[in-house]
Design a protein around this ligand. Structure first.
Ligand SMILES: *[C@@H]1O[C@H](CO)[C@@H](O)[C@H](O)[C@H]1NC(C)=O
Ligand SMILES: *[C@@H]1O[C@H](CO)[C@@H](O)[C@H](O)[C@H]1NC(C)=O
Ligand SMILES: *[C@@H]1O[C@H](CO)[C@@H](O)[C@H](O)[C@H]1NC(C)=O
Ligand SMILES: *[C@@H]1O[C@H](CO)[C@@H](O)[C@H](O)[C@H]1NC(C)=O
Ligand SMILES: *[C@@H]1O[C@H](CO)[C@@H](O)[C@H](O)[C@H]1NC(C)=O
Ligand SMILES: *[C@@H]1O[C@H](CO)[C@@H](O)[C@H](O)[C@H]1NC(C)=O
Ligand SMILES: *[C@@H]1O[C@H](CO)[C@@H](O)[C@H](O)[C@H]1NC(C)=O
Ligand SMILES: *[C@@H]1O[C@H](CO)[C@@H](O)[C@H](O)[C@H]1NC(C)=O
Ligand SMILES: *[C@@H]1O[C@H](CO)[C@@H](O)[C@H](O)[C@H]1NC(C)=O
Ligand SMILES: *[C@@H]1O[C@H](CO)[C@@H](O)[C@H](O)[C@H]1NC(C)=O
Ligand SMILES: *[C@@H]1O[C@H](CO)[C@@H](O)[C@H](O)[C@H]1NC(C)=O
Length: 755
């Protein structure tokens, strides 16, 4: 017994070495029972960590915790909209540097599963497609359309080539051993008809032609053409069957929790239930498990999909938004991974039988030659616990809705409902002893609105435009402005009625806010705004602000999701008077402006103070269209820093941390000692801003001459220090000359220099 355990551990250790940063080629193949990596039969645990949802500084720690949690592999989508924000202009910097991310995974000794898509869904803005794509003439997304296929092929090829150049595919000695093309197309392809079917064939041909040397999967694609492996996404996939009995049974997205919407509850999936679904999957012949998400992280900037998907993408994942262990989930899964790994050799090289046994199902894996066995006992009754007597193999208590794993079929090594991991609760607390954050002093300024309220836009159209196509997603905000000439006094009291496809509307009449409204969460995000307004005889100005809260990503997995509209497109915008008479303003001449003035002025940019007057007087509460700012010191230490926007409405928050480098350097040395000045990082002293030998006053940054001093100090210091990285000077009268100080003054030298 001890001997075989040793062997398993040894093999596991070797496998880790092989996948490390060694650059040794990794050959990957598979059959229905195993992934075969350099000849070794494996089951694989993988976890999703989307590189743009954390910072590069967090990556090594997240990946280390994933490895410690028993994962073999990290999975991520590639986010086209971030990488090609404008057609032909690419960005792979900072947290978009997926090559660096993959190398970090490799350094930790883990594999990579890259899901190139390029459609991601992922609760990501517009599902990961750049908005310019939608606007290309003649394009139809995700179907057999030449314009689209051409763009997709260019992008996918570019990503693959980048990985090849960095030698990141397994056969090249890199960590990538699995790839995905398209994403959950199977459940939306119906409405695309024959074009959808031929598109999927084309996707498969494209993938094969890229010659990456690792297997490709298509998730939720029952008709995936060979050699594409069809995989399951869901909470439970035990009943799933692959498209080909020769293919492995894979779960590419086990939803460990769920995302949260603005105003929605924080979803929770108990660790016991997640563990049950994993154990049940392996009981039913599964060999690959990917957690969606292992670390959900944060939707930075305007990346959250929509409508109404929140900034936090924590997902109740094993690692919380900030990278802390979410216990007991992380630890309970870690023990499960260890249990399954300990019987990996049997699972991947044996035949299994399942039979009902008492109140449970008993699955037995047996290696034909050695007779080695492993059993799973599952009880899917949600209320009734099971007591199972396996005679000479022992008695087992299998709680309701749980699975036990029996080593040798006679020893329980894991049960999904029996948690032996500690539970931790993370608390957010205001910063530090001095509680600096709690004492933030806020300033505010109003969004400049005059031009909008006057109806002055950048261009006009005699109709109501679609928002995304107009803003190209450069801003969440689009202004619609028009005027109406009231000639009949009967119309001085009317209802302003606006039908909009969302997501938030502010309405102004003659420069005054008359009201605002937002779409309810769920369903179609269209709504009708209605408000009684007072109009003047003659010209009246109507200004409507439409705000988007994330572009549709994958509502109900909808086919043609990209064709769904946002904003007041088509309206109608009407005035409703007595007896429901209406004046339809929809085909008026409308003036348009994209974005807020404050966005254009970069009011958030600390480096570019504009002429804006900020004030801390009468700090407004619940006042629409207001900018607020406060500065704070980044708290010390290495704990994550969280901006808690409690009490705020719809808006954006810019947070900027400044790093501190040596700007000025000062010295303050009494007579008889030695003054030392030095710069850092190879810089030299360029200027002496202050030097006085006598009784100088003040501190670094605000030195002043005192009542007396020697005449030569500045000149002497300049001569000794300028152009040098460091300088030393004995502080004596001999060096600086005599001073006019009286004898009872204890003389010192104060110097301020610039590096
Ligand atoms: C699989 O099991 C058979 C016996 O059933 C054995 O001969 C063979 O070596 C095993 N293969 C691996 C890769 O462990
Ligand atoms: C046994 O397996 C069958 C088929 O998967 C399932 O319907 C049944 O609920 C299981 N019974 C128990 C007690 O888990
Ligand atoms: C669970 O067990 C109880 C008691 O034996 C039984 O009444 C019930 O039908 C079972 N539920 C399911 C879903 O099998
Ligand atoms: C408003 O309409 C009236 C009646 O048609 C017209 O006399 C007046 O000039 C119009 N006002 C403007 C500003 O167009
Ligand atoms: C709103 O205006 C309509 C039509 O002008 C009128 O019938 C109704 O009483 C008004 N409602 C309120 C609350 O003023
Ligand atoms: C506009 O909204 C009203 C009220 O909800 C509704 O009755 C009407 O059908 C809508 N018009 C269109 C074109 O959707
Ligand atoms: C929303 O749109 C649907 C379908 O176009 C329409 O039937 C419904 O009336 C609209 N609802 C509102 C509140 O405008
Ligand atoms: C999106 O657009 C499609 C096609 O235009 C339509 O069938 C569907 O109802 C729309 N869905 C939503 C959520 O607006
Ligand atoms: C005006 O329309 C509303 C609903 O849109 C209806 O309840 C009301 O009866 C109508 N009034 C008249 C006078 O037609
Ligand atoms: C201030 O804002 C105006 C736009 O209103 C812009 O043209 C100008 O460049 C801004 N100045 C700075 C320093 O950002
Ligand atoms: C400073 O004084 C020490 C002795 O006190 C002497 O060894 C050293 O050479 C002096 N340095 C300079 C730069 O004059």
């Amino acid at each position: 017994m001890a001997g075989s355990l040793m062997e398993v551990l040894l093999v596991f250790g070797l496998a880790l070495l092989c996948s490390g940063a060694s650059g040794v080629p990794t050959q990957v193949s598979y059959d229905s029972n195993a992934f075969i990596i350099n000849g070794e039969r494996r089951v694989l645990f993988s976890g999703a960590i989307h590189y743009p949802r954390s910072t590069p500084g967090m990556w090594p720690d997240l990946i280390r915790k994933a490895k410690e949690g028993g994962l073999d592999m990290i999975e991520t989508y590639i986010f086209w909209d971030r990488h090609e924000p404008k057609r032909g202009e690419f960005d792979f910097s900072g947290n978009l540097d997926f090559i660096n991310f993959f190398k970090t995974v490799q350094e930790a000794g883990l594999y990579v599963f890259v899901r190139i898509g390029p459609y991601a869904c992922a609760e990501w803005n517009y599902g990961g497609f750049p908005v310019w794509l939608h606007n290309l003439p003649g394009i139809k997304l995700r179907t057999d359309n030449e314009v689209y296929k051409n763009e997709m092929q260019k992008f996918v090829t570019k990503i693959v080539n980048m990985c090849k150049e960095a030698k990141l595919f397994g056969p090249q000695g890199g960590p990538i051993i699995l790839a995905q093309i398209e994403n959950e197309y199977g459940n939306v392809m119906g409405p695309y008809g024959e074009a959808g079917k031929s598109y999927i064939k084309w996707c498969a041909e494209l993938a094969v032609s890229l010659n990456v040397g690792v297997p490709w999967v298509m998730c939720k694609q029952a008709d995936a053409p060979e050699p594409m492996i069809n995989t399951c996404n869901g909470f439970y996939c035990n009943t799933f069957k692959p498209n080909n009995p020769k293919n492995p049974k894979m779960l590419t997205e086990n939803w460990v929790g769920w995302f949260v919407r603005w105003g929605g509850r924080k979803p929770h999936r108990p660790a016991e239930d997640l563990a049950l679904s994993v154990a049940l999957f392996f009981q039913s012949g599964g060999i690959f498990m990917n957690y969606y998400m292992y670390h959900g992280g944060t939707n930075f900037g305007r990346t959250a999909g929509g409508p109404y998907i929140a900034t936090s993408y924590e997902y109740d994942a094993p690692l919380d938004e900030y990278g802390n262990l979410n216990q007991p989930k992380w630890g309970h899964l870690k023990q499960l991974h260890a249990a399954i790994k300990s019987v990996e050799k049997i699972l991947t090289n044996s035949t299994s039988t399942t039979k009902e046994f008492g109140n449970a199902n008993l699955t037995t894996y047996t290696n034909a030659a050695t007779g080695e066995r492993v059993c799973f006992l599952s009880n899917l009754n949600t209320t009734q616990d099971a007591h199972i007597d396996l005679q000479k193999d022992g008695k087992y208590f299998v709680p309701a809705w749980s699975v036990s794993i029996l080593e040798g079929c006679n020893k329980e090594i894991y049960n999904s409902a029996k948690i032996s991991t500690q539970e931790t609760v993370m608390v957010k607390k205001p910063d530090g002893a001095e509680n600096r954050l709690a004492k933030l002093s806020w300033q505010w300024t109003a969004e400049p609105l005059e031009d909008r309220l006057d109806g002055r836009g950048d261009f006009t159209e005699p109709k109501l435009l679609e928002q995304t196509a107009t803003t190209l997603d450069a801003s969440d905000y689009l202004w619609y402005m028009t005027s109406v000439n009231i000639t009949d006094r009967a119309w001085t009291n009317a209802i302003l009625r606006v039908n909009t496809t969302g997501h938030v509307l502010h309405a102004y009449v003659n420069g005054k806010l008359v009201g605002y409204k937002w779409a309810d969460v769920g369903g179609i995000f269209n709504f009708t705004f209605e408000k009684n307004v007072t109009l003047n005889p003659g010209i009246n100005r109507i200004t409507l602000l439409s705000a988007a809260v994330g572009l549709k990503a994958c509502i109900n997995y909808g086919a043609f999701y990209d064709t769904n509209t946002t904003g007041i497109v088509g309206g109608p915008v009407e005035l409703v008077g007595k007896e429901n008479a209406t004046i339809d303003l929809s085909s008026n001449l409308w003036s348009y402006k994209v974005g807020l003035n404050g966005e254009a002025m970069e009011l958030y940019n600390v480096k570019q103070p504009n002429n804006t007057r900020w004030t801390s007087e009468r700090l407004p509460v619940s006042r629409p269209m207001t900018w607020y700012k406060a500065t704070f010191k980044a708290p010390s230490g290495t704990e994550p820093v969280v901006v808690d926007m409690q009490g705020m409405g719809k808006g954006h928050a810019w947070v900027s941390f400044q790093t501190v480098t040596v700007g000025s350097t000062c010295g303050n040395t009494y007579e008889g000692n030695t003054l030392e000045l030095s710069c850092q990082g190879g810089k030299t002293i360029s200027e002496i801003q202050f030097a006085s030998f006598g009784d100088p006053q003040g501190t670094c940054g605000s030195f002043k001459k005192g009542s007396c001093e020697a005449a030569n100090a500045l000149f002497v210091i300049q001569k000794a220090c300028i152009g040098k990285e460091a300088c030393k000077i004995n502080v004596t009268e001999a060096a600086f000359g005599s001073s006019d100080c009286s004898n009872n003054v204890i003389k010192r030298l104060a110097v301020q220099a610039v590096c």
